[in-house]
Design a binder for this molecule. Structure first.
Ligand SMILES: C[S@@+](CC[C@H](N)C(=O)[O-])C[C@H]1O[C@@H](n2cnc3c(N)ncnc32)[C@H](O)[C@@H]1O
Length: 220
């Protein structure tokens, strides 16, 4: 059974997240990191040397702010109006453009193409890859790359993972995360028409801590 997204609910949930992380935007520094650990893992080199990027599920916008400071034309899309209002205020002066939209709907309707599209614990984790990845492939320039990072799947728990909002009483509001093995993620990338698909789990700095799944593929 496919997941049944309700984006009115998901928008409300992410607005709540945005409210709870107010300081994470207003006090954020422009920083680019793929993993949940400071000074760990690869950096912007995974993107090549793009002139233009799109971050999908850009949250605080701090990675886009970092790239904009390097002279990259930086655009972000995010479902949460609260987050987008805040990031536009914080990072708009650097030239970063933020669009408030659901990523699949946005890529379907906006024909703009980019040298790199990426997700850092963002929309590649929260949107169905069977729908999202072919659209990402269409919106990449030739030679462009798609890169995403997120927590690895919990062993044995694969596919859309439903999560209720805060407790099990009250209105049934829920969201989904998508989890697969690296091999299955590579199949999604290849099936979308992307090349050189490589997905792996980068170990955490401390043994036994949660690693980071990082995927990359390119459009030829
Ligand atoms: C964990 S946060 C992203 C973290 C981000 N890398 C940062 O540094 O803040 C996930 C973001 O994805 C957005 N999101 C979730 N589902 C989405 C969708 N279907 N389309 C667009 N954005 C989405 C949420 O609104 C949220 O801001």
């Amino acid at each position: 059974m496919p997941a049944e997204h309700n984006y009115d609910h998901e928008r409300a949930l992410w607005d709540t997240y945005a409210e709870s992380t107010r300081g994470a935007v207003t006090d954020a520094e422009a920083v680019f990191r793929w993993t949940q650990y400071g000074d760990h893992g690869p950096g912007t080199e995974l993107l090549g040397e793009p002139d233009s990027v799109l971050e999908i599920g850009c949250g605080t916008g701090r990675a886009l702010a970092y790239l904009a400071q390097q002279g990259v034309k930086a655009t972000g899309v995010d479902l949460s109006p609260v987050m987008v209002e805040r990031t536009t205020e914080r990072w708009g002066p650097l030239g970063v453009e933020f669009v408030c939209a659901e990523v699949v709907a946005h890529l379907e309707s906006d024909p703009t193409t980019y040298d790199a599209i990426y997700s850092i614990f963002g929309a590649a984790w929260f949107a169905d890859p069977a729908r999202l990845f072919p659209l990402v492939a269409q919106r990449l320039n030739r030679g462009g790359v798609f890169v995403f990072s997120q927590p690895p799947a919990i062993p044995g728990a694969y596919g859309p993972q439903g999560m209720y909002k805060g407790g099990f009483a009250g209105p049934a509001m829920f969201t989904y995360r998508y989890s697969y093995t690296p091999e299955v993620w590579e199949d999604f990338l290849s099936d979308a028409g992307l090349h050189g698909a490589h997905v792996h789990v980068l170990a955490a700095p401390e043994p036994g801590h949660i690693g980071t799944l990082i995927g990359r593929a390119e459009r030829r």
